[in-house]
Design a protein around this ligand. Sequence first.
Ligand SMILES: [Mg+2]
Length: 256
Amino acid sequence: MMDVKGFLIDLDGVLTLGNRAIDGAQEAIDLLKEKKIRFRCVSNTTRACRKTIAERLARLGFDIPESSLFTPPLAAIACMNAAGKHRCMLVTTGDVHKDFEHTFDLNGGAATDYVVIGDAGDTMTYRLLNTAFCAVNAGAEIIALEKDRFWMSPDGLMLSAGPFVAALEFATGKTATVVGKPSPKFFEMALKDMNVRTDQALMIGDDILTDIAGARSMGMKTGLVRTGKFNEESLRSAPVTPDWVIDSIANIRDLL
Ligand SMILES: [Mg+2]
């Protein structure tokens, strides 16, 4: 159908749904491997390191190497490496710090180059946010792993990183560099990671704004799946139209 050299594939709602794999998802990955089409599984999750995400996928029956995953922490690391700076303070939860600890000095305190802030969950405290504020005030830049307002957990709505990123921006007058979806930087770095140009790439996602509009703004082709958070109304009212709408990732063959 088209000359696609690489796919970016969202995880939640596309390959997985809660604690199970979507039917036909591994077969879709197998097909890409068989056709030697490069791919990166991309997620805005900022509560787990890449290794943990890979292990979770393996438990669900996926055969996806860690190197085929690209997440906001990886994008943040690429940003910091490009700038040649290696001190950062993390405002995160879970084991996200494991992505950083081999290459970065995480003990900078107030003397740090970057405050990297993601969804910190219950780790967030006044003291932690205030330490981050002081670091930014002393010259550190803010890297936001995502800037979503909230997310839907099994227990109901939960604050995402966005409100806390906004608090740091408000208090310091600085603007955060957002490296998660739908930031163009994220798509750019994920494509660079597999050495594919934007006009050769196709993004598959279940979120018309974060996945589809984000990738479209970069000049990528886009495919929306009718699984995960998909609903007809958000497709009708969206400011962008995906190039393809498919029932699920299992129909990836139609896009090749
Ligand atoms: Mg999704």
